[in-house]
Design a protein around this ligand. Structure first.
Ligand code: PBG
Length: 327
């Protein structure tokens, strides 16, 4: 049966009708806000390419977390920027490191706020790579040890979930076994399973001061052309014990999210990364697109593709909009 019996415009006619036939809806619990924590007191330094996002000292991070909790978002994910970087990323797993102290402080002030931590070394190494560099390349198995120590230090400080983002082979198994050995068998792992070597991380590297000093990350992050390999990465991470997986970036990889949703039953998240945010905000600042509509449309597309959880720099703004009576 086709036109003129079928007229799809009938169900688009009014906001009331559109509302009851809407297939995808967003809620504040879907959003996780990334935060960049630095040392110091009263620091709130805006990241120039990411308007509305800051490097903050622990006291200011807590204030942002208060707003995040008031907006009922799902939680926050912490990135640390240490004062000192070294060859061996010692700040990544120091018990008094910047992230470890931030977790404890946030949990003390806001015990009900979900705190996820990014487990990686690139913010802590002097060369900006995600692990131990030997002969110009990141050594996989030595790096596993650093990651396991980092994850345990986060769990010990009070992190609710740890999220490894380094793309070493075997890191989920290494982290799971270290957590279990140290008494954290209930700490879930959210693995950045399909993480692509993407140009869209550009602004993040300014925010986290983690640009590689030589070379790039293509020997560990995935080639943007590869979808089947992404499925292998996800499958291996799940077999190693990942509780949730992530696809990153989000919008240029919606097909990967969709395919993962169809193949796997574990919760799937996606990271709308810094460059995705910066592109939208740059167009907004030029008056070329409407901020609220572009924000909600981009987030809806990621959820529609199959991600139940979205890491996004819009988290609080989008949640506030959803919470507002007009919405
Ligand atoms: C690395 C890490 C990166 C991001 C999250 N974790 C950057 C990278 O791999 O270079 C990117 C997030 C973003 O761009 O918003 N530990």
């Amino acid at each position: 049966m086709a036109f003129p019996i079928q007229r799809l415009r009938r169900l688009r006619a009014t906001p009331q009708i559109r509302r009851i036939v809407r297939e995808t809806s967003l809620e504040p619990a879907n959003f996780i806000l990334p935060l960049f924590v630095v040392n110091g007191e009263s620091v709130r330094k805006e990241i120039s390419s990411m308007p509305g996002n800051y490097q903050t000292s622990i006291d200011q991070t807590i204030e942002i977390c208060r707003d995040a909790q008031a907006a009922s978002i799902g939680g926050v994910i912490l990135f640390g920027i240490p004062d000192q970087k070294d060859e061996d990323a010692s700040g990544a797993f120091a018990n008094d490191g910047i992230v470890q102290r931030a977790i404890t402080a946030i949990k003390r002030e806001l015990p009900r706020l979900l705190v996820i931590t990014d487990v990686c070394n690139c913010e802590y190494t002097s060369h900006g790579h995600c692990g131990k560099v030997i002969h110009g390349d990141v050594d996989n198995d030595i790096t596993l040890d650093w990651l396991a120590k980092g994850a345990v230090s986060h769990a010990r400080a009070g992190a609710d979930i740890v999220a490894p983002s380094d793309m070493m082979d075997g890191r989920v198994a290494a982290i799971r076994s270290a957590l279990d050995k140290e008494g954290f068998s209930n700490t879930p792992i959210l693995s950045y399973a399909a993480k692509f070597a993407s140009a869209f991380y550009g602004p993040f590297r300014e925010a986290a001061e983690s640009t590689p000093q030589f070379g790039d990350r293509r020997s560990y992050q995935m080639d943007p052309a590869n979808a089947r390999e992404a499925m292998r990465e996800i499958q291996m991470d799940l077999e190693e014990g990942a509780d949730m997986i992530m696809v990153k970036p989000a919008m240029p990889y919606l097909d990967i999210i969709r395919e993962a949703r169809e193949r796997f039953d574990a919760p799937i998240s996606a990271y709308q990364v810094s460059g995705e945010y910066s592109m939208i905000m740059a167009a907004v600042r030029n008056g070329w697109i409407d901020e609220e509509r572009a924000m909600m449309e981009s987030l809806t597309s990621i959820k529609r593709a199959g991600a139940g959880l979205i890491l996004t720099y819009f988290a609080v703004k989008a949640a506030r909009l959803l919470n507002s009576p007009a919405c």
